[in-house]
Design a protein around this ligand. Structure first.
Ligand SMILES: [Zn+2]
Length: 328
């Protein structure tokens, strides 16, 4: 009788623990629970020893409905996968609204968001002055000309400069992939996205290695901008038009070796969350996170599994749950 009661108590306690795990958004049995790093436990990351520390900062502003600008979902995927593949890395995910005030422990900062405020953020700047890696994805690559732009040129070698760069939706054919550590395992591909181009780069593109580039169709500018009219912030300008008329390949993903030894990476796509389901896009992004953090990139790229539609949707839900349950 006593034994039976004890067993019942154990079962009941087990259920309580599971319930608490669920309520906290903590995976209870995801692989080996001890090895799964909590991507929202910023103090644990700070305290961790002997690991590369990566901070993702993701915007959560809705933009064009579910499936567009799902930056938090992408950050969750990238951080979780890097943590799973690299025992010597600890990546965490912040939201832009509750972003980190201290990055003095960070080995790399990766931003996916709206607004250029982080380009002049003192914590990010301190990390960059220590040669921490820097990477920006999609809207994250756009900042204003001036101090923000100058910082991005220094940290990442290039950026989206309003009235110079453009942001059409199109399908580049990446027939030849730039040879670089970040393109390991990446094969030629073509996918529809809002691939910003005519980026502002450092003089002579010194230190910049183009990884993805293609010649855009002329309509990507002429359908939104009329020759001889005033330059638009995003839709077109005389310089971008001239470059496309001359069929100059436009670089939409690049690696940057800074003169100080730090590393940067820019990726202009990923307006559509579903493109994280594209194998080459996913591998390139994971490789780039590893590379800017000075983690070794395997010969065939960072190992990853294909993502089903349900898994992609779940990542969006995971982000919403993390906001409500973890207060990120
Ligand atoms: Zn977009």
């Amino acid at each position: 009788m006593v034994k039976r009661q004890a067993r019942l108590v154990r079962v009941w306690l087990g259920m309580v623990v599971l319930g608490v795990c669920f309520a906290m958004g903590v995976p209870a049995f995801a692989g080996d629970a001890k090895k799964v790093r909590d991507i929202y436990d910023y103090e644990a990351q700070k305290a961790a020893k002997g690991v590369k520390k990566i901070a993702f900062i993701a915007g959560t502003e809705p933009h064009g409905g579910r499936g567009n600008h799902e930056f938090l979902a992408a950050a969750i995927y990238l951080a979780t996968t890097i943590n799973a593949e690299y025992p010597d890395a600890y990546a965490v995910v912040h939201t832009r609204k509750k972003g980190p005030k201290d990055l003095s422990h960070a080995d790399a900062v990766i931003i996916l968001m709206d607004h250029g405020g982080w380009a002049v953020n003192p914590a990010v700047k301190e990390a960059m002055d220590r040669k921490a890696g820097f990477m920006a994805i999609h809207y994250g690559v756009e900042v204003n000309k001036g101090e923000q732009g100058q910082h991005f040129l220094k940290w990442m070698g290039g950026y989206f400069e309003p009235f110079w760069s453009v942001n059409p939706h199109w399908i580049p054919k990446f027939d030849t992939i730039g040879k670089h550590e970040t393109s390991r395992g990446v094969k030629p591909f073509a996918v529809n996205d809002e691939w910003y181009y005519h980026m502002r780069f450092v003089d002579g593109m010194k230190g910049v290695t183009p990884v993805l580039q293609a010649v855009p169709p002329l309509e990507t500018i002429t359908s939104r901008y009329k020759e001889g009219t005033k330059a638009g912030g995003h839709n077109g300008n005389p310089d971008a038009l001239k470059a496309v008329q001359a069929k100059q390949p436009q670089v939409v993903a690049w690696a940057y070796d800074r003169p100080d030894g730090g590393r940067g990476f820019g990726f202009t796509g990923l307006h559509f969350h579903k493109n994280l389901g594209e194998d080459n896009t996913r591998t390139l992004l994971l490789n780039a996170v590893a590379w800017v953090s000075k983690l070794p990139v395997p010969e065939t790229g960072v190992r990853n599994q294909s993502l089903s539609r349900d898994e992609l949707e779940k990542l969006i839900d995971d982000g919403k749950l993390a906001i409500s349950r973890r207060g990120i």
